[in-house]
Ligand binder design. Structure first.
Ligand code: FMN
Length: 409
C-alpha cells in the first residue's frame, strides 16, 4: 500500500473513531442527524399541516399504548438539576410544549413521554370552531421558522376537558397540563369576558394552570384585548370562573400570554395589571406579525401569506419583552418564556433573563421527537458546568443578568 493511501486510511479511521466517541458521549447528536435527514427527504415535501398530523398521530398512539411508560423512562428529564417548582407545581424539567400543538388535548401522555416537562393544550374556545381554511401553516426552512393562521381550530373547551378527565372522570398521572383559552371567533368583543369565563369554567377542574390567550394574530380583534382596560374584565371574569369551578382548597394558577409586538409601555401596563389582579404569571411570547430580518426569499415569505411567525426570528423580540417584564414585575410574577427557543443556550438565556420555565413549538417541529430530551440534556450540562445544583432560585439558577428594557417605546 502506498504511503498516501495509508495516510488516507489513517485519517478516515481517526475520523470514524472521533465520530463514534462523539456519538457515545452525546447520542443526541446522531439522533438529530437522522431526524434532519428524515425532515429533508420526507417531511419537508409534505404540506406542513399534513406532516404535523402524521407526527401527531404517532405520538397519540404511543401515548395510548403501554409505549408511553417505556418512552417516558428513556426520554423523560430525570436529572435533579432540572427540577423546577413553580405555580405550586413540580416540573421534572423546565422545557414545556407551547400551545397550539395539541389543541384538543388528545396526546398529552405521548407528549409527556417524549420528555417535555409540561404540556400546554389549546387554544380552546367556549364553542367548537373549524379555524381558517387550509393551507394555513407554512415552513420557512431557511429561517427554521413557521407561519401559521390556524385561527383556533378546536372542538371546544368542554371536549378538551372531558378528554383530560378520561373515562374515570378524573385526571390521573401524566405530565403537568396547562390549558390555554381564547375567544370564540363569532363572539363580539363586548361579550369576550363571558366567553373566556365559559372556557375557564369548563376546564377549571382538570387544568394544572390556565392561560388567557389575548395574543394570537389570527382571530380578528383578539390582540386589542391586551390593552389594560379591555384585559381587566376578561381576567377578572376568568379568575372568578376558576374559583367557582374548583373545590375548596384548590386555586388554579392563572397566566396571560402576550404578543412580542407590544410597545414597552404596553408591556409595562400588562405587567402592572397582572400584579394588581394577583395573576400568577405571564407567558412571553406568542407569534409575531412582523416579517423583519428573514433569510427566506421574499417570494417564499409572500407565498406563506398572513399569520403569526414563529421560530428563531422571534428570539430577539421575545427576549426583549421577557426582560422588560422582569424589570417591571420583579419577582412578583412567574414568567414563562416562549419564542424562538431552539437550543439549550436559547433556553439558558431566557432563564438568565428571568424566566422560570420555557416553552417551544417550532423547535420541536424542526428538531424532531427526541428534541425535548436533547434540550434537557444540554440544559443539565449547562447548569452543571456553571456549578449550579438547580435551575430555580434555590439551586442558584443561571446568574440573572441585569434587566434592560429593549422593547421599543
Ligand atoms: C402552528 C402553530 C399554532 C399555534 N397555535 C397557538 C395557539 O393555539 N395558542 C397559542 O397561545 N399559541 C399558539 N401558537 C404559538 C406558540 O404557542 C408559541 O407561543 C410561538 O410559536 C412561539 O414559540 P416558538 O418560536 O417556539 O414556536 C402556535 C404556533 C404555531 C407554530
Amino acid at each position: 500500500m502506498s504511503q498516501r493511501a495509508r495516510r488516507r486510511l489513517d485519517r478516515r479511521a481517526t475520523k470514524e473513531q472521533g465520530g463514534k466517541e462523539a456519538r457515545q458521549e452525546r447520542p443526541e447528536a446522531s439522533e438529530a442527524t437522522l431526524y434532519r435527514l428524515l425532515f429533508r427527504v420526507v417531511l419537508r415535501r409534505l404540506p406542513a399541516e399534513t406532516a404535523h398530523r402524521a407526527g401527531f398521530a404517532l405520538i397519540r398512539v404511543a401515548g395510548a399504548t403501554g409505549v408511553a411508560g417505556l418512552l417516558g423512562r428513556w426520554l423523560g428529564p430525570r436529572d435533579p438539576v432540572l427540577r423546577v417548582r413553580a405555580l405550586g407545581l413540580e416540573f421534572p424539567g423546565p422545557l414545556g410544549l407551547a400551545a397550539g400543538f395539541d389543541k384538543d388535548a388528545r396526546a398529552t401522555s405521548g407528549l409527556g413521554a417524549l420528555g417535555f416537562g409540561f404540556v400546554e393544550v389549546g387554544t380552546v374556545t367556549a364553542r367548537a370552531q373549524p379555524g381558517n381554511p387550509r393551507p394555513r401553516m407554512f415552513r420557512l426552512p431557511a429561517d427554521r421558522a413557521l407561519v401559521n393562521r390556524m385561527g383556533f381550530n378546536n372542538e371546544g373547551a368542554a371536549a378538551a376537558a372531558a378528554r383530560l378527565r378520561g373515562p374515570r372522570g378524573r385526571r390521573r398521572g401524566g405530565p403537568v397540563v396547562g390549558v390555554n383559552i381564547g375567544k370564540t371567533r363569532t363572539v363580539p368583543e363586548a361579550e369576550a369576558a363571558e366567553d373566556y369565563a365559559a372556557s375557564a369554567r369548563a376546564v377549571a377542574d382538570v387544568a394544572d394552570y390556565v392561560v388567557v390567550n389575548v395574543s394570537s394574530p389570527n382571530t380578528p380583534g383578539l390582540r386589542d384585548l391586551q390593552a389594560a382596560d379591555r384585559l381587566r374584565p376578561v381576567l377578572v371574569a376568568v379568575r372568578a370562573a376558576l374559583d367557582a369551578g374548583t373545590g375548596e382548597g384548590r386555586r388554579v394558577p392563572l397566566l396571560v400570554k402576550i404578543a412580542p409586538d407590544l410597545t414597552g409601555p404596553d408591556v409595562d401596563a400588562v405587567a402592572d395589571l397582572a400584579v394588581e389582579l394577583k395573576l400568577d404569571g405571564i407567558i412571553a411570547t406568542n407569534t409575531t406579525t412582523s416579517r423583519d430580518g428573514l433569510a427566506s426569499s421574499a417570494a417564499e415569505v409572500a407565498a406563506a401569506g398572513a399569520g403569526g411567525l414563529s421560530g428563531p426570528p422571534l428570539r430577539g423580540p421575545a427576549l426583549a419583552v421577557l426582560r422588560r417584564l422582569r424589570e417591571r414585575a420583579g419577582d412578583r410574577l412567574v414568567l414563562i418564556a416562549a419564542g424562538g427557543i431552539q437550543t439549550p443556550d436559547d433556553a439558558w438565556e431566557r432563564l438568565a433573563a428571568g424566566a422560570t420555565l420555557v416553552q417551544a413549538y417550532t423547535g420541536f417541529i424542526y428538531g424532531g421527537p427526541l428534541w425535548p430530551r436533547r434540550m434537557h440534556a444540554g440544559l443539565a450540562r449547562r447548569a452543571r458546568a456553571a456549578g449550579r445544583s438547580g435551575l430555580g432560585a434555590a439551586g442558584g439558577g443561571p446568574a440573572r443578568e441585569p434587566a434592560s428594557g429593549a422593547v421599543p417605546d
